[in-house]
Design a protein around this ligand. Structure first.
Ligand SMILES: [Zn+2]
Ligand SMILES: [Zn+2]
Length: 385
């Protein structure tokens, strides 16, 4: 594949260049030392340690195994091709796709474009060198799922593209750009969902930038419960476009409410333990954690202590930080609203807006304050201008 952009030295510029291809560490949460790779469509060649070894056909099947801890043994159907340090399946056709199935997995996956393989600590390390738009389509399917309105898929495509390009330096010391887990964005290869493919095509290249022409932190979550939060309420930095706002579009959607019952002794022991590590706040000397809900609250007040609600959410695996507490005597009931960190775009709100006829520009501008939609090739140092 043609690499359109060039990475510009970080020392020279504060901004990265963006290429039309991304390098994604796939199966990044798995360990295995044996895999089957089978080209499905297009034209592939297999390069072993930089030398072209094989022209693959759509009936070619390769078994690649780590041997001697760091070498890759390549076997085709009938013979061993050899042992190497580095392999690349390079696509030359207009649409190149291959299947992969690690020996530890029961399901095979289909990926677009190129694949490199190396050995690391006795296991295989796979990097998918993939066209940005192919990657975005795969991510939209994983992050949004099937059967959503077409306009919402456009929203999600723009967010996922912005998110990916903004995070491109995240794994620079690991030898790739993004992993395929929630740490970056979930990606499991090709989607056949035609609504998603059309949404990606119709928003091709579009990203969101702030008033300094910088890519935004395109935060999103499942459901805000009716009120989004300011970025600094949960994270350290205050970003002007991530402001808390009322959202009436999501309040009757599936993830709008939740409930959790906790035995009284467990809850009281938890608060006692937590408070040992906190300082009292005299301004809030009265405990009123069972009072009326406050959609913007970020602390739980108990006996003069301020306990970050985001800690409580993590410790109890709660859907959100937006909840009230009812004392039942032998237990407490946490009655909550929303699902996720509640910053930026609310997916279920955006889905409902799509159903009501709002277009993707209106939806994005509702959740992200004063941002602009541009083609990413217009960004400084993109390698295109
Ligand atoms: Zn990552
Ligand atoms: Zn919402």
């Amino acid at each position: 594949m043609k690499k359109l952009g060039l990475l510009v030295s970080l020392l020279t510029f504060s901004s990265f260049a963006y290429s039309a291809t991304l390098s994604i560490h796939i199966y990044s949460d798995k360990t295995f030392s044996d895999i089957i790779i089978a080209p499905l469509t297009g034209t592939y060649t297999l390069e072993c340690d930089g030398k072209r070894m094989d022209s693959c056909s759509t009936t070619s099947i390769y078994e690649i195994t780590v041997v001697d801890d760091s070498l890759l043994q390549v076997k085709s159907l009938d013979h061993i091709i050899g042992k190497y340090n580095h392999l690349r399946f390079r696509g030359y056709g207009t649409k190149n796709q291959f299947f992969s199935k690690p020996s530890t997995e029961s399901v095979k996956r289909l990926y677009d474009d190129d694949l490199t393989l190396t050995a690391e600590h006795g296991n295989l390390k796979l990097i998918n060198i993939v066209d940005l738009e192919h990657y975005v389509a795969g991510v939209v399917y994983c992050e949004a799922g099937p059967k959503k309105p077409a306009e919402f898929y456009k929203v999600q495509a723009i967010i996922c593209r912005t998110y990916a390009l903004n995070d491109i330096a995240r794994h620079i010391s690991d030898g790739f750009e993004l992993c395929d887990m929630v740490h970056c964005q979930v990606y499991q290869g090709v989607t056949h969902n035609t609504d998603i493919l059309q949404a990606v095509e119709s928003t091709k290249g579009m990203v969101l930038v702030d008033d300094n022409n910088q890519l935004i932190t395109a935060a999103f979550h499942a459901n805000c419960g009716g009120q989004t939060l300011n970025s600094e309420d949960v994270w350290n930095s205050a970003l002007y476009y991530l402001r808390g706002k009322q959202d009436t579009f999501c309040t009757h959607q599936p993830a709008a409410t939740w409930e959790k019952k906790i035995p009284a002794t467990d809850w009281k022991n938890y608060l006692d333990k937590k408070e040992k590590y906190l300082h009292t706040d005299n301004l809030h000397s009265q405990g009123y954690w069972d009072s009326i809900p406050d959609s913007k609250r970020v602390f739980l007040y108990d006996k003069g202590y301020l306990i970050p609600l985001k800690d409580i959410r993590t410790d109890w695996n709660l859907h959100s930080t937006y909840f009230t507490i009812t004392d039942n005597g032998d237990s407490f009931t946490l009655s909550g609203r929303g699902y996720g960190h509640r910053i930026g775009l609310c997916q279920e709100g955006a889905i409902h807006m799509s159903q009501l006829g709002y277009n993707y520009q209106q939806i994005l501008h509702f959740y992200y304050l004063d941002v602009q939609l541009i083609d990413y090739t217009l960004l400084p140092f993109s390698g295109f201008n």
